[in-house]
Design a protein around this ligand. Sequence first.
Ligand SMILES: Nc1ncnc2c1ncn2[C@@H]1O[C@H](COP(=O)(O)OP(=O)(O)O)[C@@H](O)[C@H]1O
Ligand SMILES: [Mg+2]
Length: 281
Amino acid sequence: MTVATTPVPMPAAEANTDVVTDATTAPLLNVRNLETWYGPIVAIQGINLQVRRGGVVAVLGANGAGKTTLLNTLAGVIDPFKGGVWFDGEPVHGLDADAVCRRGLVLVPEGRQVYPFLSVRDNLAMGAYARRDKDAVRADLARVLAWFPRLKEREAQHAGLLSGGEQQMLAIGRALLSAPKLLMLDEPSLGLSPLLTQEIFRIIDRIAQETGTAVLVVEQNAAIALAHAHDGYVLELGRVVAADTCAALLKKSDVRDSYLGLGNAAGLSGAARWKRRKTWR
Ligand SMILES: Nc1ncnc2c1ncn2[C@@H]1O[C@H](COP(=O)(O)OP(=O)(O)O)[C@@H](O)[C@H]1O
Ligand SMILES: [Mg+2]
């Protein structure tokens, strides 16, 4: 684990220039020149990224691009070597993961990580352990169970008995019970069927629309992420190689071809399309 050094002050004039178009509103999350190393290996470098309040932002990129490292650095799981993270107007780089989470920047890590021997209900309650507003917790629990009827049906079961998709829903539900301002999801569709993936992304839409919670979602599935997010960032070898609104990214044929594995589907045979695809996970 590396140690935080020389945080770069947020340049006021630059704060809103990358993707966010409304220059009068400060972003909820502002990442400046972020750099993280694993021992002698640099994993992400020079990352600038913003998420506005209530915004849904996708981070895309092939296996090993640095997506998980980025989220873990934002969540305080790893300290950055360089650069800074400002959340809700305050610097959070260098804080412990627990302190970052309590400020409302909440990560659902890759691979779900539910407590298998606790019931679904107790897993959800773990998300709210630090909250004192018990009435609001009850309301949030009711909302999560309404969004995920499968969890309601299995409330009393051990979480370890749930399917992969249900465990993903539980991990998202548990994170929502901590009342996040920004929910970060690391590859929520990993290993899920297309139908369940659709269901997860419909919930992501509802989280943003009905609660105003912003979402930063890392995805293997570029097509679905770009269809649901507002802004997108493409990572390659630890750097941002494209950042724009999702609508604009979808129109850029070089980005579609080289980074998103979407290609020019109409113009390629199935085999050629397969050869052009990158490896996604
Ligand atoms: N714990 C670790 N120790 C050393 N290198 C790591 C570690 N975790 C990830 N890496 C390396 O950092 C780079 C980015 O990895 P990661 O953030 O997991 O990418 P992604 O989530 O996009 O697949 C890769 O080259 C990976 O091999
Ligand atoms: Mg990853």
